[in-house]
Design a binder for this molecule. Structure first.
Ligand SMILES: NC(=O)c1ccc[n+]([C@@H]2O[C@H](COP(=O)([O-])OP(=O)(O)OC[C@H]3O[C@@H](n4cnc5c(N)ncnc54)[C@H](OP(=O)(O)O)[C@@H]3O)[C@@H](O)[C@H]2O)c1
Length: 316
């Protein structure tokens, strides 16, 4: 007997099959490196854009094809996208000159969306940021806002997720803090350390992306995603020290002077463990329980994330 439930099951199967061929940007980045193995394992066929040599470990994943290209170069895009069912757009930069941020985050998105339309792709999943805002003074946040707007206007079937701070294996923020806690005689904290974060595990972001890709209820929605707790930088450091069983002194550094120094070093190609998130004053948080309410599962707490990072093997 064909029941409503079995019909729905068939619809879901059909729906999944219809969106099994994906085009992904940013697959070599932090989130991409966690997403690709999951998609590969779930049987998706993924064509992945990479600017240069591909990530070695990911290169051998079944179902993943790598093609070389740069989002800012408009040529040949629709050919690359031909035959794909959906896009997952992860590529962006958050540091650099305002012109470069705009060129990659906005012009790059424009190129991608135009090519997707030519290739008759309708579905686009875009991982944006909770800081997305219509304020031209905030270059990265504004570029995300403009990219979101473009996708909403031009992609019939968009699904936009706005993430807070994403953490996990290979993220520079927690990775940097772990580095300080293990290798430095003290832990530097920028300013008062009271800037608030609501970190979300990268595995949970991947789960939300896969759900957004495959379930109709996310159609044409823009959804904030965040972890279950809002914590100050100082609280994050305390939790990290507890997990690592260290008791290093916390030393507060002046925000502006440290930022000037870190930027000067970066211009000399000397990279420090200080990521841009350390210098935020406004914080990165949203409503609690957003993952549970919208995606129906418990997002990992920071303690759980830290345990999985620190205990089985060394991160840094
Ligand atoms: N990480 C977070 O905490 C966080 C929080 C909120 C939102 N997000 C958003 O989530 C998305 C993924 O973040 P992520 O942390 O994975 O970023 P990421 O590690 O910085 O990776 C960025 C990716 O973009 C690619 N890319 C940059 N410029 C490109 C260009 N011109 N053409 C083609 N590809 C280009 C990079 O490729 P290469 O390997 O060639 O450099 C890399 O794969 C981004 O849109 C970001 O804004 C991230």
């Amino acid at each position: 007997m064909v029941t409503r439930a079995s019909l729905k099951g068939k619809d879901d199967d059909l729906h999944m099959k219809e969106h099994k061929r994906l085009f992904i940007t940013g697959g070599t980045g932090f989130v991409g490196r966690h997403l690709l193995p999951v998609l590969s394992q779930q049987g998706y066929q993924v064509r992945c854009l990479a600017r240069s040599a591909t990530h070695k470990r990911l290169a051998s994943l079944p179902g993943i094809e790598w093609i070389e290209g740069d989002l800012t170069e408009a040529n040949g895009w629709s050919q690359m996208l031909k035959g794909q069912d959906a896009l997952i757009h992860l590529a962006s930069i958050h540091e650099g000159s305002p012109q470069l941020i705009r060129r990659i985050n906005l012009t790059g998105t424009e190129n991608l969306v135009s090519a997707a339309r030519l290739a008759q792709i309708k579905r686009c999943i875009y991982l944006s940021t909770i800081t997305s805002v219509d304020n031209p003074k905030l270059h990265y946040s504004h570029s995300s806002w403009l990219a979101e707007t473009l996708i909403r206007e031009r992609m019939e079937d968009f699904r936009i997720l706005r993430a807070t701070l994403i953490v996990g294996q290979g993220d520079p923020f927690l990775g940097g803090l772990i580095h300080f806690a293990r290798r430095w005689p003290f832990i530097p904290i920028i300013g008062s350390g009271q800037t608030k974060f609501q970190p979300i595990a990268v595995e949970d972001v991947v789960r939300c992306l896969v759900q957004a890709l495959s379930e109709e209820r996310y159609l044409q929605r823009t959804i904030p995603i965040a972890g279950p707790e809002i914590l100050s930088l100082e609280q994050i450091v305390d939790l990290l020290q507890k997990t690592l069983h260290t008791e290093k002194r916390k030393i507060h550094l002046p925000r502006r002077a440290t930022r000037v120094l870190v930027s000067a070093l970066r211009r000399l190609h000397i990279h420090t463990q200080f990521t841009s998130a350390y210098f935020l004053t406004k914080g990165l948080f949203t409503e609690a329980q957003s993952v549970e309410n919208q995606f129906g599962f418990h997002a990992q707490s920071l303690a759980e994330i830290l345990h999985s990072l620190v205990e089985p093997k060394s991160l840094t």
